[in-house]
Design a protein around this ligand. Sequence first.
Ligand code: NAD
Length: 291
Amino acid sequence: MILLDGKIASQSVRDSLKQDVANLVNQGKRAPHLAAILVGNNGASETYVASKVKNCSEIGFQSSLIRFEENIHESVLLDKIAELNNDPSIDGILVQLPLPKQINEQKVIEAIIAEKDVDGFHPVNAGKLMQGLPSFIPATPYGIMLMLEYYKISTKGKHAVVIGRSNIVGRPMSILLSSNSAYGNCTVTICHSHTHNLKEICLQADIIVAALGRPEFVKADMVKEGAIVIDVGITRVEDATAKKGFRIKGDVAFDEVAPKASYITPVPGGVGLMTIAGLLKNTLQAYLQNQ
Ligand code: NAD
């Protein structure tokens, strides 16, 4: 079994981006600039946004963190997005999800102009992805593709089973793995909460991408010997013995699945780090296109 180490793979992406930024600055140009919006104080969202901002500064990107109270009116958020859309010094905009109930998430996603939509959630980018056109790819599936590329994992002709069909992870992942590209060309089965015989389907998989948000759902008896297992899940599970009072669990029962897998991502230390790498790459792409 080979561990797909997100620390190593993401470091390689960040090193290359750092060099790109240094080259731009040496040419007298400004650095790419990401604006991140955080509404409320959800603990997990705080952690994700802080990590994104920290990663920006480490590679020389500029970043702005804009915070709003949990109870803000939707129009305040939409006004801020409009302002950032029109600000030529901002290349990428992200709004950390989930948002409080009074705010329509889809409206917010569509408010960010497609050219600055570095999360790749806007329908224009989703449509382009589906047609195989250049677009901003949602950061998590993009990060997984970067991971496959880093470890040179051949995917051609393999059967990939993606568990989960969200617009953020499962669905774009299924499109990327089935696309006619270097780390695509898989035969893809996409599973969801209404799928029958999930265990039997998973047992046919050469590659499993687990993105359902149920801790340790994928057990050893669902995985074929030698399968490649990508664990997207991040769930905080209460644990009084842990310092923070919780532990982060993936969707895969790592200890029992790892011995059967040829490659496997850990949680934490796997896909989460690659997601940030994907976001940073999208931000540089936005900058280059916006120049
Ligand atoms: P979501 O809730 O939007 O979607 C979950 C999907 O899983 C749905 O399509 C649902 O049909 C499917 N599902 C639920 N129960 C199922 C079951 N029993 N069998 C088969 N399918 C089932 O979640 P999401 O936003 O796609 O996120 C999924 C997980 O990935 C979560 O744990 C989330 O925290 C994590 N996540 C991690 C990263 C990262 O950077 N590592 C990024 C995004 C999401």
